[in-house]
Design a protein around this ligand. Structure first.
Ligand SMILES: Cc1ncc(COP(=O)(O)O)c(C=O)c1O
Length: 420
């Protein structure tokens, strides 16, 4: 764990979320956060401002239009700084990660040639699998190679990746953290290996970004995508992409927009208010920083928002540990992914099956204890098959995030015991 991480004041953090003030909705413990997290008031306020005051076409030379454009520019600059997107790369917002991946894949299509190899994992949410598999199916001579998980644990190994890479590798697509297995994969090492082989790298950071701030420059990928609605903001996809790769991708937008790199992969108009709402995320992280560090944030957002997330992740480690300990010690339970949590090895996204009890039964018990959790394949269909779990049955997923508490986790353990 990084040095000098203050303890998260969970109550202060929860006070930022209107839902926890509500007599009914506030009584629930939310443990399906890998599906989507709640939104703090700062984000709701930023969206509300955009929708109620400046909802005009941006970038025209009159006041409200200028304000809207300026809010979008600020939000984009903050997001790029938070993700440590260097010179020569940019942040682009699209409707969702699934669509962003699809657009990158379509952009890549014309440059693929027979003999090219694309490597995908079977740990993926289908968003970062289907688009690449389809390319390999449809472009003659392109070969798909699968970087496979261990069928027992669901984990990926870099040695297996090494064995797949060749000088024909055009692309490696993998997840920074599976939304089921929960392990934080070594994105930097996998990227370096693919680059050594001469391939480009696309990473799905959707299940990682709610827990730690991704560092695009340090990872070194060509594109990194995640979904802001899982990271306390609104429903849209964020992608960081290197310009030298973007340049070679085919324009997916209107022909006259092809000259603008930021528009090439976003055929629809940008979601103005949703982009501007990222300013609310800056305010939320800023308030957390000031409360815990005793001064307003200064310097690069990747560092100060990163410090806020270190504090959040340290809290996640503390609250997830007892749940993991209970699950791994219970003989009827199969716990997927890393069995223990330490700072930076896994997200508190915890999936399991129970011998003799359906996943749905377990979530019913959790719901009876006023705990919201999910069950299913979570669009990681191929992973379910690799683990020998019928996708229709799926797993129970208890997915914790910053605002969950030790008491809530104790309630969840009691409810799972009752289900057994
Ligand atoms: C790991 C992961 N990748 C990709 C996606 C797809 O994101 P979006 O809903 O923005 O298309 C999800 C959504 O749940 C996900 O969990």
């Amino acid at each position: 764990m990084p040095a000098n991480v203050p303890q998260l004041d969970v109550q202060f953090l929860r006070d930022q979320f209107p839902v926890f003030q509500h007599p009914d909705y506030g009584a629930w413990a939310y443990m399906e956060n890998a599906g989507g997290s709640h939104v703090p008031r700062q984000v709701a306020d930023a969206l509300s401002r955009a929708l109620t005051l400046t909802k005009v076409q941006p970038y025209y030379p009159y006041g409200p239009s200028r304000d809207m454009g300026e809010a979008m520019d600020r939000a984009t600059a903050f997001t790029a700084e938070m993700l440590n997107v260097p010179e020569g790369a940019r942040v682009v917002f699209g409707p969702s990660t699934t669509l962003n991946m699809y657009m990158i894949a379509e952009g890549l299509r014309p440059s693929l040639k027979p003999g090219d190899e694309i490597i995908v994992t079977n740990q993926e949410h289908e968003a970062n699998g289907g688009a690449w598999r389809r390319l390999a199916d449809e472009v003659e001579g392109v070969r798909l190679k699968e970087w496979r998980v261990d069928g027992k644990t669901g984990r990926l190994s870099l040695d297996d990746l090494r064995a797949l890479l060749t000088d024909k590798t055009r692309l490696l697509a993998f997840t920074h953290c599976s939304n089921v297995v929960g392990e934080m994969n070594d994105a930097r090492a996998a990227t370096a290996l693919a680059h050594e082989a001469g391939g480009r790298v696309v990473i799905d950071g959707v299940a990682y970004a709610p827990h730690r701030v991704p560092d695009f420059a340090a990872i070194g990928a060509d594109a990194y995508c995640y979904s802001a609605y899982k990271t306390f903001a609104v429903h849209q996809g964020v992608m960081a992409v290197r310009d030298d790769w973007l340049e070679g991708l085919e324009n997916q937008g209107h022909f006259f927009n092809g000259a603008y790199p930021g528009m090439k992969l976003v055929p629809a108009g940008p979601q103005h208010g949703e982009i501007a709402a990222m300013n609310g995320l800056q305010a939320f992280y800023g308030d957390l920083y000031t409360h815990h560090f005793g001064a307003a944030p200064q310097g690069k957002a990747n560092e100060w928002a990163g410090a806020v997330h270190d504090m959040i992740h340290a809290h996640e480690v503390v609250i997830a540990a007892p749940l993991l300990a209970f699950l791994r010690e219970e003989p009827r339970i199969r716990l997927i992914g890393p069995q223990e949590i330490a700072f930076g090895n896994r997200a508190p996204t915890i999936s399991f099956t129970v011998k003799g009890v359906s996943a749905g039964d377990v979530t019913n018990h959790l719901a009876a204890a006023k705990i919201g959790a999910g069950t299913g394949h979570f669009y990681a269909w191929r992973l379910m098959e690799a683990l020998g779990i019928k996708p229709e049955d799926g797993v129970v997923r208890v997915s914790l995030v910053a605002y969950n508490t030790e008491d809530e986790v104790a309630r969840a353990i009691a409810a799972i015991k009752a289900a057994l």
